[in-house]
Design a protein around this ligand. Structure first.
Ligand SMILES: C[S@@+](CC[C@H](N)C(=O)[O-])C[C@H]1O[C@@H](n2cnc3c(N)ncnc32)[C@H](O)[C@@H]1O
Ligand code: SF4
Length: 386
């Protein structure tokens, strides 16, 4: 039993798993289809999966929708519009709902972006990754820094809300070069920036290159210094971190992603999408088939692409609340943790972590990780969850 408030709006994540090329660092569920794909057939499947999901969690208000990928900016604006219409038909989309679409700078043209806006998208998130042509080449990106900035300008001219992603702690990066690049990025970013430290993911070409010594990334100390520098530069510019990798002007946080980190409900639509739904007071974890064509066939045959549908135990749900919530600068509500888990957080452990400077309790009783504790987040969560 979870005591989940069902009046809390639902977020809907729609995964589009196709890209123009596969970046060598990326282990997202993204695929290249040189032979093209039948977008209309995929669209019918997305509509079927939305209908099937809405039948399980009916009568919910939708407060945010996020088209993620892959590269959803490769979709036809008419497909995005049809998916939004379908979501609106099966649930109620609240006025001023946040509707974000992830875009790669290589697929940004003004006409296309206007089409997305007409379809109902009101926020874009651009994968800029670097403002340095040598680094972009090394990351396997198909665009230059100038093309990325041109895409940002198009986004700015069409959407009130936009964000872009950069990857740092890249090969050869120094504190000086990152500081200059970040300042340039901030000058272009209106309200939101996602800044990810490069991670070397198993199974990617970067993993093999790194293991054989052909790709060197900053060591732990430099990575930590790059992280600290990022916090100072962004805070000074009025874009403090509200999550470990996300920075925003106060009030401009990504409302959709806050739903994940605050442990509320979201529906996952499309290949490899994850969801968390409260059904009969149980928290249900859902996951769909990852491989796009297998997902398509599954939806066509069974009406939905679900391969995992698992009731989380109270312990699992509580651990997840800690893991996600402590990524946020606002931290977690210990009372909500107790309501989910049926137990209180160990005061002794909190006290030790507090003495070490890793966590703090806010004036309104929330528990949060401190600036110096963030780089040790995994260890802090493991300690509290034990
Ligand atoms: C799934 S991508 C979607 C954006 C879009 N496909 C693009 O690349 O322009 C989301 C973001 O994850 C980040 N990302 C992907 N792999 C990463 C890695 N190994 N390390 C750090 N960030 C990564 C990138 O910043 C990327 O923009
Ligand atoms: S980083 Fe973006 S464009 Fe590159 S493969 Fe991953 S999802 Fe596709």
């Amino acid at each position: 039993m979870l005591n989940m408030d069902l009046t809390t709006p639902l977020a809907v994540y729609v995964h589009w798993p196709f890209c123009l090329s596969k970046c060598p660092y990326c282990d997202f569920n993204s695929h290249v289809r040189h032979g093209g794909l039948d977008e209309t057939r995929f669209l019918r499947a997305y509509e079927a999966e939305i209908a099937a999901t809405a039948a399980r969690v009916p009568d919910r208000a939708v407060s945010s929708i996020f088209f993620g990928g892959g590269t959803p900016s490769l979709m036809q604006p008419s497909s995005v519009e049809a998916i939004l219409d379908c979501i609106g038909k099966h649930w109620t989309i609240i006025p001023n709902a946040e509707i974000t679409l992830e875009a790669n700078p290589t697929s940004v043209e003004a006409t296309r972006f206007r089409g997305f806006r007409t379809a109902g998208v009101n926020r874009v998130s651009l994968g800029v990754q670097a403002l340095d042509d040598v680094a972009l080449k090394e990351l396997g990106r198909l665009h230059t820094a100038q093309e990325a900035l041109a895409a940002v300008a198009v986004a700015r001219s069409i959407f009130d809300r936009y964000s872009f992603d950069l990857i740092y702690a890249r090969p050869q990066q120094t504190l000086g070069t990152w500081k200059a690049e970040l300042k340039r990025a901030i000058a272009e970013a209106a309200e939101h920036l996602s800044l990810y430290q490069l991670t070397i993911e198993p199974g990617t070409p970067f993993f093999g290159l790194h293991r054989t010594g052909k790709l060197t990334i900053p060591d732990e100390d430099l990575a930590r210094d790059l992280y600290d520098l990022t916090q100072v530069v962004c805070s000074d510019a009025g874009l403090p971190a509200y999550e470990i990798s996300n920075h925003a002007r106060p009030g401009a946080e990504c409302r959709h992603n806050l739903v994940y980190w605050r442990g509320h409900d979201y529906a996952g639509i499309g290949p490899g999408a994850h969801g968390r739904l409260t059904i009969d007071n149980d928290r249900i974890a859902t996951e769909t088939e990852k491989w796009p064509e297998a997902w398509l066939r599954r939806v066509e045959e069974r009406g939905a692409g679900l391969i995992v549908e698992e009731k989380l135990t109270t312990g699992e749900a509580a651990d997840e609340y800690l893991l996600m919530g402590l990524r946020l600068a606002e931290g977690i509500d210990p009372a909500r943790y107790s309501a989910i888990s049926g137990r209180v957080l160990n005061p002794k452990r909190i006290s030790i972590l507090r003495d070490e400077g890793a966590v703090e309790t806010t004036a309104d009783g929330r528990l949060r990780v401190t600036q110096s504790g963030f780089p040790l987040l995994d260890a802090v969560v493991a300690d509290l969850a034990a």
